[in-house]
Write a protein that binds this ligand. Structure first.
Ligand code: UD1
Ligand code: UDP
Length: 337
């Protein structure tokens, strides 16, 4: 069976690495091709994960880069089509909810190639999120839908997806976490010394609704400064966020003394170690909500909703946290001792 795997953006690597590794155990059964769309391209957003997750280098890089949604999606489609026609896979595997996911699913589907969606069925029910549109459309194109939590199965059923296409398989991003946690832990003493860490809050933010609007972002940074008077704040900054912070002249990467530390995006192992030891994680990331739940670390999600409700009902996640009120809600009970 010929399998074509698609990756494009940071969270895709953690989801696909364990699947590729497992399939490589059966070389007589699976031939694999890895296509990177190039949606993320900075070394800190892409190459470092191939090294740390021990993923094979992509066989093909479409080198699409950044642009508007329409431009990026269309470019990926145009560049992916000849690769697909040339390789003739039996299945295309697409992970998550980024533009690369939808673009490649659409191309494959139109060419009659079967599509499997890894992390199917998640719904925030918020169509202002570009990811929600990608999720819904990809699920309706897919021939096989791999879900990570029971809400996924329920959502797909409600949308009329036939039961026989749905498989509740669990969360491959967490498979990566379980595999690499010992390696991440081994880095902790060094990290701790480097950033002089004791108790701290770890922050990640990149949703357009939080970072693209200058007013909202200014409020967020003010709230983080306020929090940093109580407890050190470590903030590895996503490139989208960095761009907007730079415009507002708010990004101070060299600030070593301040209790609010802006860092470049971190590799997987360092970031995982920082999550595992954080008193609290503040985030708007999808994957980080799941990772903190697995790790048992309190997570405040700066969004009005989540497509991953299991992290709230079974895990450590609280949603609806508004950064403007964050300093006020940050009580000692929410922070691990
Ligand atoms: C994308 C996904 C989002 C996912 C996130 C993971 C879509 C619609 N969005 O958001 O679902 O949560 O990735 O991190 O697919 N940039 C760089 N270097 C890079 C990549 C991006 O500087 O390597 C900058 C560019 O200015 C770019 C901006 O970041 O315009 C946004 O990148 P893009 O891939 O469009 O969206 P993300 O915000 O990264
Ligand atoms: N992550 C990382 N370095 C960072 C921030 C996040 O390695 O500086 C990892 C994180 O542990 C998780 C994944 O990136 O595995 C989540 O990706 P992201 O937040 O970019 O996307 P989302 O999950 O929101 O789509």
């Amino acid at each position: 069976m010929k399998i074509l795997h698609v990756v494009g953006a940071r969270p895709n690597f953690m989801k696909m690495a364990p699947i590729m590794r497992e399939m490589s155990q059966y070389p007589a059964e699976f031939e694999q091709l890895l296509v990177h769309t190039g949606q993320h391209y900075d070394a800190a957003m892409s190459q470092i994960f191939f090294d740390e997750l021990e993923m094979p280098q992509p066989d093909v890089n479409l080198e699409v880069g950044s642009g508007s949604h329409a431009w990026q999606t269309a470019q990926i489609m145009q560049r992916f089509e000849p690769v697909l026609l040339d390789y003739q896979p039996d299945w295309v595997l697409v992970p998550g909810d980024v533009n690369s996911t939808l673009a490649c699913a659409l191309v494959a589907s139109k060419l009659g190639v079967k599509v499997a969606h890894v992390e199917a069925g998640l719904r925030s029910f918020d169509r202002t999120m570009p990811e929600e549109i990608n999720r819904v459309l990809t699920d309706h194109l897919a021939d096989l839908l791999f879900t990570t939590e029971p809400s996924g199965n329920k959502n797909l059923r409600q949308e009329g997806i036939p039961e026989e296409k749905i498989r509740f398989v669990g969360n491959t991003m967490i498979d990566t976490l379980v595999q690499l946690l010992p390696k991440a832990e081994a880095r902790w003493p060094q990290l701790r010394a480097r950033f002089q860490l004791d108790r701290y809050v770890l922050v990640t933010l990149h949703r357009p609704s939080n970072v693209d609007d200058p007013g909202t972002l200014t409020e967020i940074v003010a709230a983080l400064q306020e929090i940093s008077r109580q407890i050190p704040v470590i903030f590895p900054v996503h490139p989208r966020t960095r761009e907007h912070l730079n415009r507002l002249n708010l990004f101070h990467p060299k600030s070593e003394i301040a209790n609010l530390k802006f860092l470049e995006p971190l590799g997987y192992l360092d970031f995982l170690a920082l999550q595992a030891h954080a008193a609290l994680v503040l985030t708007d990331s999808g994957g980080v909500q799941e990772e903190t739940t697995y790790l048992g670390v309190p997570c405040l999600t700066a969004r009005p909703n989540t497509e991953r409700p299991v992290t709230v009902t079974e895990g450590t996640n609280s949603i609806g946290c508004s950064y403007s009120h964050l300093a006020a809600v940050l009580r000692p009970t929410q922070v691990r001792p």
